[in-house]
Design a protein around this ligand. Structure first.
Ligand SMILES: Nc1ncnc2c1ncn2[C@@H]1O[C@H](COP(=O)(O)OP(=O)(O)OP(=O)(O)O)[C@@H](O)[C@H]1O
Length: 297
């Protein structure tokens, strides 16, 4: 079953069209929503939460229409907003307990859930300190904890790695993967950094200027291409000449050669040519299409 679906979804602001006829479906699992700044990611999330009425088109989350079922959707979905929106003078525990109670949990259950979820996101003793003194990474963890506290079926994480250093980013990505796998909660996570989503997502949706550029399983984004990169210590030119002579399609690429794979025999041809010319092979690698390539079309 789709966890969400949009059809011809359009959002016009006075001077800009933030979403333009966007039709896309998302299955359970961890899905990345990628696009440059201003591509329309946050606008899409706000519409999906029923917080912003769209100009045209339809959207459904967990089978519920966003226009007519906003409160029901928000009961089932957790939301980690992009911007810093935390009150500075309460502790993480106080805030998360409070939000759990707003979500309908009784006081004792809210305290237990808040303690659990703060532990899961890696906030320990610090959870009793005022949020104003937290680092960016700790604030991001509080935002994540409050998105999870009411045990949602699905979470929307808007730029969760924003402002984090490489280690913080790594830890956040690991947490996101765990939410999808260990906790069994579906995730829609946005980022303008394409590379980082490769690690955590099952599926990636790419939007640009509010339009759908691509929606595919991560394996399709990074699938092997039929190109081999061949690098030898010296003698790339004679090797290219020999491979061409043997009927291979070869182009020079930096210090190496790109060789079209015609079948398994291409590997043997390369090996034999390298041996015949008495060269030292230092790299033989199958090219992989990266998410970044989507933007180079
Ligand atoms: N309330 C609003 N009124 C007018 N224009 C808006 C409003 N909200 C968003 N926009 C515009 O819509 C476009 C898409 O914005 P959106 O915030 O959805 O992009 P984004 O992909 O989330 O980028 P970012 O990561 O920078 O937030 C931008 O040009 C933005 O300026």
């Amino acid at each position: 079953m789709h966890i969400l679906a949009t059809e011809g979804l359009t959002q016009r602001f006075p001077t800009v069209t933030a979403l333009d006829q966007l039709s896309v479906t998302v299955e359970a699992g961890v899905t990345g929503l990628v696009g440059a700044n201003g591509a329309g990611k946050s606008t899409l999330i706000k519409i999906l939460l029923g917080l912003l009425p769209q100009t045209a088109g339809r959207a459904e989350v967990l089978g519920l229409d966003v226009v007519t079922h906003g409160p029901q959707i928000r009961a089932l979905v957790g939301y980690m907003p992009e911007h810093d929106c935390l009150p500075p003078d309460v502790s993480a525990t106080e805030l998360v307990v409070h939000l759990a109670q707003i979500s309908g949990l009784p006081r004792t259950a809210a305290r237990e859930r808040a303690a659990d979820v703060l532990r899961h996101v890696g906030l320990y003793e610090e959870r009793y300190r005022a949020i104003g003194g937290y680092s960016t990474g700790m604030k991001q963890r509080v935002k994540l904890a409050q998105a999870l506290v009411h045990d949602p079926q699905l979470v929307f994480l808007d730029e969760p790695t924003n402002g984090l250093d490489p280690q913080g980013r790594d830890e956040m990505l690991t947490l996101i993967r765990r939410i999808g796998t260990e906790f069994g909660i579906s995730v829609l996570v946005t980022s303008h950094l394409l590379g980082e989503l490769e690690r955590v997502c099952d599926h990636v949706i790419v939007i640009d200027g509010g339009r759908l550029l691509r929606s595919s399983a991560i394996t399709e984004f990074t699938q092997s291409t039929q190109i081999l990169t061949v690098e030898v210590e010296e003698g790339a030119e004679p090797l290219a000449a020999r491979l061409t002579e043997l009927g291979q399609s070869v182009t020079a690429h930096g210090r190496g050669l790109l060789v079209q794979v015609d079948g398994p025999e291409t590997y043997d041809t390369i090996r034999d040519a390298v041996c015949d010319l008495d060269l030292c092979l230092i790299r033989l690698e199958q090219g992989r299409q990266r998410i970044e390539d989507v933007f180079r079309v």
